[in-house]
Write a protein that binds this ligand. Structure first.
Ligand code: C5P
Length: 243
């Protein structure tokens, strides 16, 4: 894999409180050809304009708003987001297959209404990478291993016609075995050597994630909070090209 192939598989999370800070990072990453991920913090602060700005800079965009509501609401939300022209959106698999199917339908309608050639990819969040087995068993009330829940949700997402799931790199290989090579594994919880885990729990290095079969690596703080985001991304790409 060369550096530009590697960059096309990295999604940098612009987890910043305002447009100026987010766009400062985005501008620095522009030459690489990576994706950007717009999440809750930035989208709630700035609104749809941040998507338009990132598109103007030429980025492909994962709009990570983790939809989870009744099917009718999620359908409408997916329709609105698809109209913005993003490349990937997501929902919580815990919302069930009817909700996930509604998301796919809404996204298709939105893309068509906006005259876009294809709707965004839709992936389902399985278990957040900040969730441990103890939390899942004791607080959320789901018994067993995290991986079993992740795989159950992945199969549900596939059944609902979604393109893949968001999960820890530690689960990527099992997801591919359960759902097939073409079913996307989008993996946050990426930590290059020497970086703090922070609130993340189920983590791996960029190279480990790739070797496990991850299609997209979501990297937030190791790049976006680095003093020099471009240098931080370059280091990650260098590691990935060894794969
Ligand atoms: O800073 P860090 O690399 O931990 O950022 C990870 C990003 O991935 C955050 O934007 C977070 O919202 C997102 N994410 C996650 N776990 C999921 C889904 C998304 O950490 N299951």
């Amino acid at each position: 894999m060369n550096a530009s192939e590697a960059a096309a598989r990295v999604m940098v999370a612009l987890d910043k409180p305002d447009a100026a800070e987010a766009l400062r990072v985005a501008e620095a990453l522009r030459p690489f050809g990576c994706w950007v991920k717009v999440g809750l913090e930035l989208f709630y602060a700035v609104g749809p304009d941040i998507v338009r700005e990132c598109r103007r800079l030429g980025f492909r965009i994962f709009l990570d708003l983790k939809l989870h509501d009744i099917p009718n609401q999620v359908k409408g939300a997916a329709r609105s987001l698809a109209r913005l022209g993003v490349d990937m959106i997501n929902v919580h698999a815990a919302g069930g297959t009817e909700m996930m199917r509604a998301a796919a339908q809404g996204a298709a309608e939105g893309a068509e209404a906006a005259g876009r050639s294809a709707p965004p990819l839709i992936v389902a969040v399985t278990q957040l990478t900040s969730t441990t087995r103890e939390m899942m068993n004791g607080e959320i009330g789901i018994p067993g291993e995290v991986e079993d829940t992740v795989l159950r949700y992945a199969r549900l997402a596939k059944k609902a016609g979604l393109h893949g799931v968001v999960a820890s790199p530690l689960e990527a290989a099992a997801i591919k075995r359960a759902c097939g090579r073409d079913f996307l594994a989008v993996t946050p919880g990426i930590r290059p050597a020497g970086h703090e885990a922070g609130d993340q729990r189920r983590i791996a290095s960029p190279l480990e994630a790739l070797r496990a079969g991850a299609d997209f690596l979501v990297v937030g703080r190791p790049v976006a909070a680095a003093p020099d985001p471009a240098a931080a991304l370059e280091q990650i790409l260098k590691e990935m090209t060894e794969a």
